[in-house]
Design a protein around this ligand. Structure first.
Ligand SMILES: [Cu+2]
Length: 289
């Protein structure tokens, strides 16, 4: 017995060493490619501070997953080659494997370390500035800059099937397009007049639920001028797929003249709007009696 078992063990060790070396080699080659070549092209691009942060986070996730995926692929390729049936006429099953405390121990250690690292990393990144997500009416992840300098408030009002934008610092004017000044911290107040929608400004890295009767706050720090897409990201009825429009981040001077123009253009409409409020209660929510 001992000779056969000894032989099998010896060959097993040698296979383990081969797989480990091939895996190390593949990881050493692929991880830098993932971080430096693939990472910079990951969505949603560098349209804002938050969007850039999401690119960094996506790169960290992909770089963490790379050695794991390579372990599976390298072992799979190695097994296909090393353990292939050499005499096709006789197909014999290998001996059953019944537990391996060393493998089980390291499996638990490795997966626990990876999961705890990702939980800690994700929590720290979320608390830094909210990462562009909606945080409800009382945000806990407020960008540091907001305490020194009051952000530009922009209210996003969703309804079937369009978004409009209200600027409380500019007479409460409500516009049909969204423009934002460059290099500015913006505080979105996202709400809805009817059903649930979601405000998704893709290139800015912002996605926030628009719920009736709720003031959902999301932060974004714009950087350079760019055009961005706004889409509804919550199925909201028949024309959900057509609920989109384009927005622009523009130089501060251009924003100032645009918003002044909007104030003039909509002066008579603004007079008829309800006063600026965190939420509005039009007919659908009052349709009780
Ligand atoms: Cu919608």
């Amino acid at each position: 017995m001992s000779a056969t078992a000894g032989n099998a063990r010896g060959r097993g060790d040698h296979h383990f060493r081969n797989v480990a070396l091939l895996w190390l080699l593949a990881t050493a080659i692929m991880t830098p490619i993932v971080v430096f070549v693939i990472g910079p092209g990951l969505p949603p691009g560098n349209g804002s501070v938050e969007a850039h942060g999401q690119v960094v986070d996506n790169t960290v996730l992909l770089a963490t997953a790379t050695p794991v995926a390579l372990a599976v692929l390298v072992y799979f390729a190695y097994a296909l080659w090393a353990f292939r049936e050499r005499e096709p006429a006789v197909v014999i099953d290998g001996p059953a494997i019944r537990g391996n405390s060393s493998v089980q121990f390291w499996w638990l250690v490795t997966t626990t370390v990876i999961v705890l690292f990702l939980a800690a990393y994700g929590t720290a990144r979320l608390l830094a500035d909210g990462s562009g997500g909606g945080q409800g009416p009382n945000p806990i992840a407020v960008p540091g800059q907001a305490r020194a300098d009051p952000p530009l408030q922009v209210q996003v009002i969703a309804q079937q099937w369009e978004f409009t934008y209200r600027y409380p610092a500019y007479g409460g004017v409500e516009t049909r397009e969204i423009e934002l000044p460059a290099n500015t911290l913006v505080e979105f107040h996202v709400t809805s007049l009817d059903v649930i929608h979601s405000f998704w400004a893709y290139e800015l890295g912002v996605k926030a639920d628009a719920n009736p009767g709720e003031d959902n706050i999301a932060y974004v720090t714009t950087t350079h001028p760019l055009g961005f897409h706004v889409r509804c990201a919550e199925l909201c009825g028949l024309w959900h797929g057509y609920m989109f429009n384009g927005g622009e981040v523009v130089p501060k001077a251009q924003f100032a003249s645009w918003i002044a123009g909007q104030e003039r253009l909509y002066a008579s409409a603004t007079k008829n709007l309800p006063p600026y409020s965190k939420t509005y209660f039009p007919a659908p929510l009052r349709r009780s009696g």
